[in-house]
Design a protein around this ligand. Structure first.
Ligand code: PAF
Length: 295
């Protein structure tokens, strides 16, 4: 496995692969890798001849400087995981090269994908994501790039952006990987103490309760949202950032839920922000729910 840092080295490697006719699969990350990222790598390996993982904590997508400063950074572990997973290249560009003095070009999206949920809760976040993803794709020049369903809004935005800008990259959305207790894997989970983690489980539990209610015939989105809110807000130190029912593929808010809808929610657990997206027609989340207590 090669570890590349300068943009020119990454560009040269990709050009050589393209000249050989090799298909490049790309998994962009901010590091602190976990089994969710490795499932994206696995998918990339199925779809391409060579796999590139980028590790870059992108400052332009953080609306909160404290969040950027405390974002977990575990490069040595990340490299070991990538090596084991059969990654061909890990690219770790420097911030000073990605955003040199005088940098002033950004990619911004308008419309239904960026007028709700994380786009409102984190102003400027998707402008930073669109900008950095465009830059990463321009250097790596992959045939296919893989994004996780946990960050569904991001994945839909990137797909739209790639189509709108004719970037010629296939975007694949891979399923969310969960821990055995149902919590969606996220680099931010590393910041949870055991007590915080116990409270964080209210998120997948609330989403699963709402999913079950929908399967049981409840289609009023307001009621499904209330189920999530009630489950989450009884925990001290847990705040609901947002919860909504959105319809795919347009990502419109839906008053009435149907099988095309996804429940999207973000919470703060003692200041750590966690998000999740659950298709209402999808599989059950493996959470412990005491049905007797709720009967
Ligand atoms: O999902 C992430 O880790 C980041 O938003 C991404 C896509 C790597 C861009 O910085």
């Amino acid at each position: 496995m090669e570890v590349l840092v300068p943009i020119a080295d990454m560009r040269q490697w990709s050009r050589a692969q393209l000249q050989r006719g090799a298909r490049i699969g790309f998994v962009p990350t901010m590091g602190a890798l976990h089994a969710g990222h490795l499932s994206l790598v696995q998918r990339a390996r199925q779809l391409a001849d060579r796999v590139v993982v980028s590790i870059f904590v992108n400052p332009t997508q953080f609306d909160n400087q404290q969040d950027l400063a405390t974002y977990p950074r575990t490069l040595d572990e990340d490299l070991a995981l990538c090596r084991q997973a059969g990654v061909d290249v890990v690219w770790t560009p420097e911030t000073a090269e990605m955003y040199p003095d005088g940098y002033c070009t950004f990619v911004e999206m308008y419309g239904p994908l960026t007028d709700k949920l994380c786009a409102i809760a984190r102003p400027g976040h998707f402008r930073g994501v669109c900008t950095v993803v465009t830059k990463l794709l321009a250097v790596v020049r992959p045939d296919v790039a893989i994004f996780g369903q946990k960050d569904l809004q991001q994945a839909l935005i990137v797909s739209r952006m790639v189509a709108d800008l004719n970037l010629g990259v296939e975007i694949v959305v891979a399923p969310t990987v969960r821990d055995r207790d149902g919590l969606a894997l996220s680099s931010r989970n590393r910041r949870l103490t055991p007590a915080m983690r116990a409270k964080a489980l209210a998120l997948p539990r609330g989403l699963e309760l709402a999913r079950r209610a929908y399967r049981g015939g409840e289609t009023e989105s307001r009621k499904l949202i209330e189920i999530v809110a009630e489950e989450v807000l009884v925990n001290e130190g847990v705040d609901l950032d947002y919860c909504d029912v959105v319809s795919l593929p347009g990502f419109q808010e839906a008053e009435r839920a149907d099988d095309r809808c996804v429940l999207a929610a973000a919470v703060f657990v003692d200041g750590v922000r966690l998000i999740d997206h659950v298709p209402l027609a999808g599989e059950a989340i493996p959470v412990a729910i005491d049905d007797d207590e709720r009967a």
